[in-house]
Write a protein that binds this ligand. Sequence first.
Ligand SMILES: [Fe+2]
Ligand SMILES: [Fe+2]
Length: 179
Amino acid sequence: MQARAPLMIEHRLIERFLSVIKGVLAKIESQQNIDPVFIDIAVDFIRVYADRTHHGKEEDILFRELNNKPLIAEDRRIMKELIEEHVFGRQTTEALIAANTRYRNGDETALTDIAAKLHILTEFYPKHIEKEDKLFFPSSRNYFTDEEDQAMLAEFREFDRKMIHEKYQSVVEKFERRL
Ligand SMILES: [Fe+2]
Ligand SMILES: [Fe+2]
């Protein structure tokens, strides 16, 4: 298995969740309401799975290793773009959380903002995934030997192994801070 395989498998689950979001968006439009708990779960998926677990491996391992390689200008440009898109994803998620809080507190106009942010995520994220799957991952593979690629795969696995512990440690810490 190549190092990019687990990243691409994760892309497939992210795409499935984006389809779920699209279904919810259709419901928002027809019913003019949303269960704020769904947004909580969507935010958790985006933050913990898509951002921390998935972008974490891309940025902290793959991009870190690529920074030590003599990337051609085009590949460096795309890597910068991908990092900016990760930042944009985080900002959109923060705005979604803010809109959900307003909605929970009775501000019905926040529904439009929730729908707008969900719409942005379903529009931009598939393009980001496609850019990685079809363009950036294949071209970045050329900078690594088989041994280096396998070393990254091993580091990805070690990164993943820690995630479930990190997630639930943060849950406990969050409630401890509230006490
Ligand atoms: Fe990415
Ligand atoms: Fe990705």
